[in-house]
Design a protein. Structure first.
Length: 78
């Protein structure tokens, strides 16, 4: 399979997670782990533009509503 578009890499790419992640003070809070991993997976791997705004590598633009929909968590859980 040849990937030509950046979006293809976004879907099939990977992130590294150190095993020491289980020693993180918030690891025992499932919703926090969900949000953390969600943010890792959503972050840009290259600089992009969104509606005229430069969004740097390692960051992303979202909303509570989007996080709620995509993680199936409530506002309170987020």
């Amino acid at each position: 399979m040849i990937l030509n578009e950046p979006e293809d890499n976004y879907i099939t790419g990977y992130v590294s997670l150190y095993r020491s992640f289980i020693k993180w003070e918030w690891f025992e809070v499932p919703n926090m782990v969900t949000i953390f991993i969600y943010c890792l997976l959503k972050a840009n791997y290259i600089d992009k533009r969104w509606r005229g705004i430069d969004v740097k590598r390692g960051s992303f633009i979202t909303s509570l509503e989007t996080i709620k929909k995509e993680t199936k968590l409530s506002y309170r859980q987020i």
